[in-house]
Design a protein around this ligand. Structure first.
Ligand SMILES: *Cc1c(COP(=O)(O)O)cnc(C)c1O
Length: 362
């Protein structure tokens, strides 16, 4: 028997979310972003579920290799481009398109002597992470197109603040970043700009292509807006079973460091999920866990392989009860907020040791 913990991946939800984002994309080319093992959902599962996407976008050539082995024949894009001269040959043989964000990449391309490499020019429109300044784009375009075998597909940029939560006047609002893109000298170039948040919340962001990530997995890009409001369905549910129950009198403590101390006679359930499974150790007492249709509070610090919850008020919770750490009944963003992070981080950090169970029903 495997440990009683599993991540349920709902292929129907992935397909549904793709359709939602497809309709929001309004006819634009839709890249499905599958980096970080498809945000923890398994790259192979994403390749299956996102068959209708126009292409897959990732950051790792190994992902491209795996996708090709899974018979993905459509486009693949490397969002950070290649990292080393030795990548260029694999890029060509796998027919992978690449972002070009730095001059050193152009030098390597020129030296490599390529036959057919499709490039996307990354523009730094205000995030100041990757990309050329708008004033450099003309020169970059000319340099790239002067290299035999190199084709420039479009210009790409990424927004720093496309979520409604990021309100107010910031140095890189969508409006300001768009304005910088609008000033590109070669104004007619095709553009790929929107991530999930921009697709959902900024219809004014145009372009010929979009890159949808987190929303495809049913997680809202903004913790203050629910998946239901966006019409998307959480595709990952992390669940584990109750493997022991402790009845303890008031004054007894639970777990390492005796952080949580019972104020009353308590029924404490031990759940087969720990930080080595991807459930953060930084979760505080009281964090919500779903069991038998109710929310039970986390009690005590999360151990490597187990955590404890207070089920005193949930008589239906018994040995073997299924406990949901996040997913269908408990938004991952709500769980993430308890330890000061975002849903993205939790789903991406799902540990390899957690068995994946595929679910297909509508
Ligand atoms: C991760 C990523 C995306 C997808 O972002 P989401 O917020 O998950 O939709 C899009 N573009 C780039 C460059 C990325 O790195």
């Amino acid at each position: 028997m495997p440990r009683p913990i599993f991540a349920e991946i709902d292929l129907h939800a992935l397909r549904h979310n793709l359709n939602v984002m497809r309709s929001k994309a309004e006819g634009r080319t839709l890249w499905a972003v599958v980096k970080a093992n498809a945000y923890g959902h398994g790259l192979e599962n994403a390749v299956t579920a996102f068959a209708d996407a126009d292409g897959l976008a990732t950051i790792d050539l190994c992902d491209a290799e795996l996708a090709r082995r899974c018979r993905w024949q459509k486009r693949i894009l490397l969002l950070e481009g290649f990292f080393d001269a030795s990548d260029i040959e694999r890029l060509e043989s796998l027919k992978v398109e690449t972002v070009i964000h730095s001059f050193w990449q152009i030098d390597l391309l020129r030296k490599a002597g390529v036959k057919d490499v499709r490039c996307h020019i990354k523009v730094n429109s205000g995030m100041n992470r990757l990309g050329f300044l708008p004033v450099e784009v003309n020169a970059v375009y000319d340099e790239l197109t002067s290299i035999p075998g190199v084709r420039v597909m479009d210009v790409v940029t990424h927004f720093a603040n496309a979520e409604p939560t990021y309100f107010g006047d910031r140095p890189a609002t969508v409006e300001k970043q768009l304005a910088r893109m609008g000033r590109l000298a070669r104004g007619g170039a095709a553009a790929c700009m929107a991530n999930s948040a921009a697709i959902l919340f900024h219809p004014e962001v145009g372009g010929e292509a979009v890159r949808a990530g987190v929303a495809l997995y049913g997680v809202s890009p903004d913790s203050h807006i629910s998946s239901e409001e966006l019409g998307i369905i959480p595709a990952m549910t992390l669940a584990a079973k109750i493997i022991a129950i402790q009845e303890i009198p008031a004054g007894e403590a639970v777990g390492y460091g005796s952080r949580w101390i019972a104020k009353r006679h308590s029924r404490i359930a031990v759940v087969a999920c720990g930080y080595a499974d991807g459930y953060p150790r930084s979760m505080p007492d009281g964090s919500p866990v779903w069991v038998e249709g109710q929310i039970a509070p986390l009690t005590g610090s999360v151990s490597m392989d187990m955590l404890e919850i207070d089920i005193t008020d949930i008589p239906a919770a018994q040995l073997g009860s299924r406990v949901e750490l996040w997913g269908r009944h408990l938004p991952v963003n709500r769980v993430a907020a308890c330890c000061g992070t975002i849903g993205y981080e939790l789903i991406c950090a799902l540990a390899r040791r957690v068995p994946i169970v595929l679910r297909e029903d509508a």
